[in-house]
Ligand binder design. Structure first.
Ligand code: SF4
Length: 443
């Protein structure tokens, strides 16, 4: 017999969604619900969804089909909750397609799931909330300190309207969290033993502009002064807003890690213009030049889309040339995905699927080779590593992460959350390996 207070959550999509799921879990636990690890032991099933690519949406539809079968085979009282971007996009429609979905909570309503579930239990009326006016940042900051690392949301939404992206439609415009709240949250996390924070937002570089609060550069400087905090990272940056002031601030703040995730998306100015990205390849290259000037040794990762409508072979070759020139440490590569609302859908000259697939394969092959070469340059370096977790395959080994966000396998008995000095001495396949020089800090 499944207890009515049990819930199971699955999360799709980006780090923002993963961070939102932590808040959803905390809000449910604060209301007396208990998380379980198996969907068959849960009364409430929560799907925190993504709709950025059609594939992500199809996976959720597949899961809803699965949960329908569980309901038909003994778990008939199960309450299915759809939350996040796909819930925002589809709203009531999803309850028609899948009558088993009893609660739909859009992107501004994730924290109210406990009350919606209780309301449904009392009234048996479906609960659908997708208006975007009442967004509130979670107040669970410090409770998120379960491990040595934590995400800190600093800005929600996006006001950029890149022509391929549905995010501004489902997450609404940019809204910055007050800087004093962020600094307090980071201090509390540090007091609880968190040594690494990652500042999160769709465009962190725009922080403060909507509210007139301090800029992103000043925020980094304030966070850099917090005792106990050792590493500060941030995701995601936008090349048009990533200015010299921010780069100087990264260079001067010793806790801000030299790892930049800076989506380039394309190497063709014509495509960048159609994407409404607001920068040219030259601008992007200038930003990279400034990173070399002020920071020197840093790692850079990116996002790239191939097969954007009208993309020609010439445009694609420009993207490959840009990748060769910049030498990204890693890249998240995607095929253009048709989505509702987005302006790119108005472009009639779509790239055939097999052409886009072939370009994606070429891109991945090239990037793998560059990533390998970049990793080879790490060999022989003695650096600080933060132990993330013990290896599942070999308990003598752990996975550590360097300041440059490079994953490294190291033989150590040091615990997750500890910093150790490591010498990177081997590359096995694409995996960096290191030996421990000394334990640098125990948390
Ligand atoms: S910056 Fe562009 S790609 Fe990123 S979330 Fe905003 S609209 Fe989407």
């Amino acid at each position: 017999m499944v207890s009515r207070e049990t819930f199971f959550i699955e999360t799709y999509g980006c780090e923002m969604n993963k961070s939102d799921s932590i808040n959803i879990v905390l809000s449910l636990e604060a209301s007396g619900f208990k998380q379980v690890k198996n969907e068959k032991e849960a009364h409430i099933i929560i799907l925190n969804t993504c709709c950025v690519r059609r594939h992500a949406e199809e996976r959720v539809f597949g899961r809803l089909g699965y949960y329908r079968s569980l309901k038909e085979n003994g778990q008939e009282n199960m309450i299915i909750v759809l939350v996040g971007c796909m819930a925002q996009l589809l709203g009531k429609k999803v309850t028609k397609l899948f009558p088993e979905v009893k609660v739909v909570a859009g992107t501004s309503h994730a924290l109210k799931i406990p009350q919606y579930v209780m309301e449904y239990e009392t009234t048996r009326q479906k609960q659908v909330f997708v208006d975007r006016d009442r967004y509130e940042f979670s107040s669970y900051g410090v409770k998120r300190a379960e491990k040595h690392s934590a995400w800190v949301n600093i800005i929600k939404g996006c006001s950029n309207f890149c022509s391929y992206c549905i995010v501004p439609f489902v997450r609404g415009p940019e809204l910055s969290k007050p800087s004093d709240v962020i600094v307090r949250e980071a201090k509390e996390l540090s007091d609880k033993g968190v040594v690494e924070i990652t500042l999160l937002g769709q465009n962190v570089n725009a922080y403060g502009r909507d509210t007139g609060d301090i800029s992103f550069a000043r925020l980094l400087e304030k966070l850099n002064k917090i005792d106990g905090l050792r590493w500060i990272r941030f995701l995601t940056s936008h090349p048009k807003d990533f200015d010299e002031d921010i780069i100087k601030s990264i260079a001067s703040c010793e806790k801000v890690c030299p790892w930049i995730h800076l989506p380039i998306q394309s190497g063709s100015d014509r495509i960048l213009n159609l994407m409404n990205r607001g920068y040219t390849l030259k601008h992007y290259m200038d930003v990279v030049g400034l990173l070399y000037k002020y920071i020197g040794d840093f790692s850079i990762t990116t996002d790239i889309i191939v097969g954007f409508p009208t993309e020609t072979e010439v445009d694609f070759q420009k993207t490959l040339d840009a990748i060769r020139a910049i030498e990204f440490d890693d890249a998240f590569t995607y095929m253009y995905s048709s989505r509702p609302h987005i302006r790119a859908e108005d472009l009639s000259d779509k790239v055939p699927h097999e052409v886009a697939q072939d370009r994606l394969t070429q891109l991945i092959t090239l990037q793998r080779e560059i990533s390998l070469q970049k990793n080879k340059k790490e060999l022989g370096k003695t650096v600080l590593g933060l132990i993330e977790r013990v290896s599942k395959k070999n308990p003598q080994e752990s996975l550590a992460k360097t300041e440059k966000a490079k994953p490294v396998v190291v033989v150590t008995d040091s615990k997750p959350g500890n910093f150790i000095e490591i010498c990177i001495d081997d590359l096995s396949g694409a995996t960096l390996r290191a030996h421990e020089v000394r334990e640098a800090c125990r948390v």
